[in-house]
Design a protein around this ligand. Structure first.
Ligand SMILES: NC(=O)c1ccc[n+]([C@@H]2O[C@H](COP(=O)([O-])OP(=O)(O)OC[C@H]3O[C@@H](n4cnc5c(N)ncnc54)[C@H](O)[C@@H]3O)[C@@H](O)[C@H]2O)c1
Ligand SMILES: CC(C)[C@H](C(=O)O)[C@@H](O)C(=O)O
Ligand SMILES: [Mg+2]
Length: 355
C-alpha cells in the first residue's frame, strides 16, 4: 500500500474554496491518523483563472493535474462571466477531457439522519442507494458547436467505443452491488440513444450475472422521485447524467450531499469534486455544506489512491457527524462549514474506537 501522494487542489469559484478547505482539513487528520503523507499543490481554475491567468485553465494547471496522483476540485462558475466569450465552466470540461476522465461516479444514498431534510416522503427515500454512472467526455458537451444570435447548435456524438467503456464501468460496479444496471437513454427519438442501447445490450452479454433494463430518460426522471428504491446502478450519457444527478440530490435532501469521482484509464489521476456548483448565493458566508467535498475526498482515497481504509474512516466520521446533527442551513441546521468539518475530523475512524 502506498503511503505518500501528490494532490492537486483546484478550489475554484464561489463556495469552492470553502468546501475544499474543509475537505483538506479532514484529509490531513485522516492522513495523520494512518501515517499517510499528502503533498499539496494549489492552482486556479474557472472564473478566478480567467481573472488572473487569462483563461479558465492554464496549460501548466493541466500538466500539474496529469502529474498528480489525483485532483480535488471545488466548483467553477460565477455570474460575472455569464456573458463572457469564454466561461469558467470551460476550464472544468477541458480538465476532464485532458485527463480522459470518461466515467463519472455519483453515489446517492439516503441518510437516516437526514430523512426529514428531503422534500420527498420518508417511505420513498428510506433505504435508497443509487450509483449514477455518467459518461463525462462525450455527447453534446463536446460535439461541434455553432454559436449565434439567430442559430446555435450543439452536436451530440457518441462512438461505440465511448459507450462500451463507460458501460463496463457500470457493470463492474453493479457486480459489487445489487447486480442491476438501468441504462437511461432517449432511443425513441435520438440516434445516439439507439446506438447507446445497442452497445449497452452487447456489453451486458459479458455480465450474465447482472440484470439490465433500459428506461427512457423522461420516464427515468419520474421513477427517480416516485420509486428511487428500484435503481441500483443508473448508466447514462453526459447531459442526461448531469440533469438526473441534480434531481437525485433531493433524495438525501441537498446538493451539498453528493460527491463524485471522475475516472479515466487505470493509473490516470482522477478528478474528485462535489456534484454541486459554486453556489454564488451563499458564497463567503460560511454556510456551505462541505459533506459532498469531504465525501469526494473519501472517494479519492478509495478509487485512485488505493487506500479504502482511509476512505472508510472519513465516511465513518461523516456518518457520526450527521447523526450528531452537525447540519448546515441547507439541511435545516445552523452549523457552519468549519464546524461540520471539525466534527467529521473529530470522529474520523469512529467505528474503530479511535474517536
Ligand atoms: N462542478 C462544478 O464546478 C459545477 C457544478 C454545477 C454548477 N456549476 C456552476 O455553478 C454556478 C451556479 O450554478 P447553480 O446555482 O445552478 O447550481 P449550484 O449547485 O451552485 O446551486 C444550486 C442551489 O443549491 C445550493 N447549494 C449548492 N451547493 C451547496 C452546498 N454545498 N451547500 C449548501 N447549499 C448548496 C445553492 O445555494 C443554490 O441554491 C454556475 O456557474 C454553474 O455553471 C459548477
Ligand atoms: C459546471 C458544469 C460544466 C458541470 C457539468 O455540466 O458537467 C456541472 O454541472 C456538473 O454537474 O459537474
Ligand atoms: Mg451539474
Amino acid at each position: 500500500m502506498r503511503d505518500s501522494f501528490d494532490i492537486l487542489l483546484l478550489p475554484g469559484d464561489g463556495i469552492g474554496p470553502e468546501v475544499v478547505g474543509a475537505a483538506r482539513g479532514v484529509m490531513d487528520l485522516a492522513a495523520e491518523h494512518f501515517g499517510v503523507k499528502l503533498r499539496y499543490e494549489e492552482r486556479k481554475i474557472g472564473g478566478e483563472a480567467i481573472r488572473d491567468e487569462g483563461g479558465p485553465v492554464s496549460d501548466e494547471t493541466l500538466e500539474a493535474a496529469r502529474a498528480s496522483d489525483s485532483v480535488l476540485l471545488g466548483a467553477v462558475g460565477h455570474p460575472d462571466f455569464d456573458d463572457a466569450p469564454v466561461r469558467p465552466e470551460a476550464g472544468l470540461l477541458k480538465l476532464r477531457k485532458h485527463l480522459g476522465a470518461f466515467a463519472n461516479l455519483r453515489p446517492v444514498a439516503a441518510v437516516p439522519a437526514l430523512l426529514d431534510a428531503s422534500p420527498l416522503k420518508k417511505e420513498v427515500v428510506s433505504g435508497v442507494d443509487v450509483l449514477i454512472v455518467r459518461e463525462l467526455t462525450g455527447g453534446a458537451y463536446f460535439g461541434e458547436k455553432e454559436e449565434g444570435d439567430e442559430r446555435a447548435s450543439d452536436l451530440s456524438v457518441y462512438t461505440k467505443e465511448e459507450i462500451d467503456r463507460v458501460a463496463r464501468v457500470a457493470f463492474d460496479a453493479a457486480k459489487r452491488r445489487k447486480r442491476r444496471v438501468t441504462s437511461v437513454d432517449k432511443a425513441n427519438v435520438m440516434a445516439t440513444g439507439r446506438l447507446w442501447r445497442k452497445v449497452v445490450t452487447e456489453v451486458s452479454k459479458d455480465y450474465p450475472d447482472v440484470e439490465l433494463d433500459h428506461v427512457l430518460v423522461d420516464a427515468a426522471a419520474m421513477h427517480l422521485v416516485r420509486e428511487p428504491g428500484r435503481f441500483d446502478v443508473m448508466l447514462t450519457e453526459n447531459l442526461f447524467g448531469d440533469i438526473l444527478s441534480d434531481e437525485a440530490a433531493m433524495l438525501p435532501g441537498s446538493m451539498g450531499m453528493l460527491p463524485s469521482a471522475s475516472l479515466g484509464e487505470p493509473g490516470s489521476p482522477g478528478i474528485f469534486e462535489p456534484v454541486h456548483g459554486s453556489a454564488p448565493d451563499i458564497a463567503g458566508q460560511g454556510k456551505a455544506n462541505p459533506y459532498a467535498a469531504i465525501l469526494s475526498a473519501a472517494m479519492m482515497f478509495r478509487h485512485t489512491l488505493g487506500r479504502p481504509d482511509v476512505a472508510e474512516a472519513i465516511e465513518q466520521g461523516v456518518s457520526v457527524a450527521l447523526e450528531a446533527h452537525f447540519l448546515t442551513a441547507d439541511l435545516g441546521g445552523s452549523k457552519t462549514t468549519e464546524q461540520v468539518a471539525e466534527a467529521v475530523g473529530r470522529w474520523i475512524g469512529a467505528g474503530e474506537g479511535v474517536a
